[in-house]
Ligand binder design. Structure first.
Ligand SMILES: Cc1cc2nc3c(=O)[nH]c(=O)nc-3n(C[C@H](O)[C@H](O)[C@H](O)COP(=O)(O)OP(=O)(O)OC[C@H]3O[C@@H](n4cnc5c(N)ncnc54)[C@H](O)[C@@H]3O)c2cc1C
Length: 300
């Protein structure tokens, strides 16, 4: 049996072919994934990993697609979504969450339980797995601050429990994480009063609405923060606010974001990223580093 038939027979309605990635990324653009599946159990992961290995098919993991731009020509191989793994639990000062749980939901749960350490991550629209992979952070707080361990499986199908110390990390970077699939994460938090945590969460959610172009599809900040500066400040200073290519535009509200304001192709967005980098380098001498991840094949 060919591998597509095997996947279809195993995953049934949880296996899609030629699935437009515009449906699965917050940029709302992107070509098709050859195969798109929703593994939910360790058996499902074992099955898909073994098949990918024996048939030599590339495997990609997606959380909520809020930091990925997929090329217009699509992506080959199998894309595995963690969306069907979304359980969370609170026990004392610990929260455990499966990779496909919404990070913001976990923040909400932590605040409601009177637990401090994740409240400033409120409103980040990714999954727990994506947050661990990126060491997502905001307002001086990072995912790894209160991370205790992650349960992973490697691409050979071998499970492991990694402690925070096993994963050297820095700003938006976790060394070696690309060798694993994150299945769940455990967070250790500190007790704090519910009222002040709620106030912090609400004020952060409010700031996001006030400062970010949330009415348009985007994938958040395009570039990493250069040491001692802000990408948005450099982009602004270079006079690039509002610069557009096709349907993609540097947000007028927050120059660090590129928005899909009018049916942008992935290539419009990619070209605009390159143009912003070029002009910032020319005007300030600083080379911006991409925070967002490019997947698949681009038409140009
Ligand atoms: C409006 C907006 C605001 C944002 N604000 C912030 C912010 O304040 N701070 C911030 O850090 N980010 C921010 N982001 C970016 C994004 O939400 C984060 O980077 C988030 O952590 C990505 O999670 P995800 O589930 O969407 O990951 P995806 O985009 O699906 O994937 C990102 C990477 O993680 C990998 N990955 C995902 N899940 C797993 C898993 N289970 N196992 C192994 N690898 C995995 C993928 O393969 C990919 O390489 C923002 C985005 C938007 C759209």
């Amino acid at each position: 049996m060919d591998y597509k038939k095997e996947l279809a027979a195993y995953f049934k309605e949880n296996c899609l072919f030629d699935e437009p990635m515009s449906r699965h990324t917050t940029y709302r653009t992107g070509g098709p994934a050859q195969v798109y599946v929703y593994p939910a159990s360790s058996e499902d992961w074992s099955f898909v990993l073994k098949l990918a290995r024996t048939e030599n098919i590339p495997l990609h993991i997606i959380g909520f697609g809020s930091n990925i731009l997929v090329g217009g020509k699509g992506i080959g191989g199998i894309v595995c979504s963690t969306k069907h793994m979304n359980q969370t639990a609170v026990k004392g000062n610990r929260i455990t969450a499966q990779a496909g749980a919404a990070l913001d939901k976990v923040c909400e749960i932590s605040v409601e339980a009177g637990l401090a350490g994740m409240e400033k991550l409120s409103g980040i629209p990714g999954s727990v797995g994506g947050a661990v992979y990126m060491n997502a952070g905001a307002f001086g707080q990072e995912t790894f601050d209160c991370l205790e361990y992650v349960e992973v499986i490697d691409f050979e199908g071998k499970p492991a429990m990694l402690l925070k110390k096993d994963l050297p990390h820095s700003y938006r970077h976790v060394e070696g994480i690309e060798d694993y699939i994150v299945l769940s994460a455990g967070f250790m938090l500190e007790s704090k009063d519910f009222a002040s945590l709620t106030e912090t969460r609400n004020s952060i959610l409010h700031k996001r609405i006030e400062k970010q172009p949330l009415d348009f599809p985007s994938a958040g900040s395009v570039f990493k923060r250069p040491v001692g500066d802000y990408a948005s400040r450099l982009i602004d200073e270079a006079g690039l606010r509002g610069l557009s290519i096709g349907g993609a535009k540097v947000s007028e509200k927050h120059a660090g974001f590129i928005i899909n304001f009018n049916h942008a192709t992935p290539e419009d967005i990619k070209d605009l990223m390159a143009e912003v980098r070029r002009q910032v380098k020319e005007k300030s001498g600083i080379e911006l580093e991409l925070e967002q991840i490019l997947w698949g094949d681009f038409a140009r």
